[in-house]
Design a protein around this ligand. Structure first.
Ligand code: SF4
Length: 339
């Protein structure tokens, strides 16, 4: 809903290598057993392939190489420098290099190295700012580690991204809202919100099987994420993603917890539903209404299979609803007019 230039990420998966931890929800150990470890040649091939595609586009795009997967700054130093150096060869042709890592795998010498190789953005897997939730999830770091690393990244001139999860062990709506407030206080440029998905073979799966943990349902995740999204947007923090990217394991149907292939859409749709409810309550809910929403937001307002419209009709006894886009509105602003 903004006029920002489209960004194309070149995803370069670097498996668990070097991650000293064993978070209860993580299946990287399993994935890593068979995972292909990229080398400089692979990095070059992936970038070349993307450049071939982007060269054929008529509109300008921002291109970033993105190292994701495990904890990039904790992998073997020689391999890390090999991969970064290959991406750095494309400076001028790509616009940035981003990576994700753990909060306790950041220090000044790592940041100097990343700067020398042209890294522009660092994302930290904060996951929660509740130390209790972090402990129960066996994250192996504290919220203070996240605060310290976030400060260093910002002061080091990098773009800061923070990732949070919902539905972890010991988590509830309050701790999620607390985490979002604490993340906002760290002034990240971007966030990602990942409702927890429970994957077979993880410790979390066993905990759920034993009844020691109740996975967050899709509907609980949608409800809490619909509160988190406007909190970040109000603070001009770009939300890069809500919900995990689909992959073979997730779409196998053998997972528990908050997995839905269109989870992000469901969450944004709920944000508009909530906004429309507030407006209808404020205006006294006339029988026939026009709901105005920002450009490109009408499908989110309408909802999947017109779900939002039907729910609004039932809840406010409305006879007629028309959704219309209005250039003067932005983000999640909604206006209700009597027609
Ligand atoms: S830090 Fe990341 S890669 Fe390591 S175990 Fe935890 S989730 Fe997995």
């Amino acid at each position: 809903m903004t006029g920002r230039m489209r960004t194309i990420n070149i995803p370069i998966f670097v498996p668990h290598l070097g991650c000293p931890n064993d978070c209860v929800f993580c299946d990287q150990h399993k994935i890593t057993m068979n995972a292909f470890v990229p080398n400089a040649e692979r990095v070059r091939a992936l970038i070349e392939e993307t450049l071939k595609y982007t060269d054929s586009l008529s509109t300008p795009v921002r291109i970033e190489a993105a190292f994701f997967g495990g904890s990039f700054t904790a992998i073997d130093g020689e391999l890390r420098r090999e991969l970064l150096s290959a991406a750095h060869e494309y400076r001028g042709r790509i616009d940035g290099i981003r990576l994700s890592t753990r909060p306790d795998a950041i220090d000044e010498s790592i940041l100097s190295e990343l700067r020398a190789f042209g890294v522009t953005a660092i994302e930290l897997g904060a996951q929660s700012m509740s130390d209790r939730v972090l402990r129960l999830s066996n994250r192996g770091h504290t919220s203070e580690d996240t605060r310290r690393a976030a400060r260093m990244i910002r002061e080091g001139g990098f773009s800061l991204g923070l990732q949070m999860m919902t539905g972890l062990v010991g988590d509830d709506r309050e701790t999620c809202l607390y985490t979002a407030r604490e993340i906002i206080a760290l002034r990240p440029d971007t966030v990602r919100i990942y409702p927890c998905v429970v994957i077979p073979g993880t410790r979390l799966w066993d905990m759920a099987e034993r009844g020691e943990y109740t996975p967050q349902s899709v509907s609980e995740a949608v409800s809490v994420c619909a509160e988190l999204i406007p909190m970040f947007t109000r603070e001009n923090i770009t939300i890069l993603r809500v919900g995990l990217m689909e992959n073979e394991i997730l779409s196998s149907g053998e997972v528990k917890g908050a997995y839905h292939p269109s989870l992000g859409e469901l969450c944004y749709s709920r944000v508009f539903y909530n906004a429309a409810c507030r407006e209808l309550e404020r205006t006294g809910a006339p029988k026939r209404v026009e709901i105005r929403v920002p450009p490109r937001a009408s499908s989110k307002m309408t909802g999947h299979k017109r779900e939002n419209i039907e729910k609004l009709k039932a809840r406010f006894s409305l006879g007629y609803i028309k959704v219309r886009e209005d250039e003067s509105l932005k983000d999640f602003e909604v206006q209700v007019n009597c027609v």
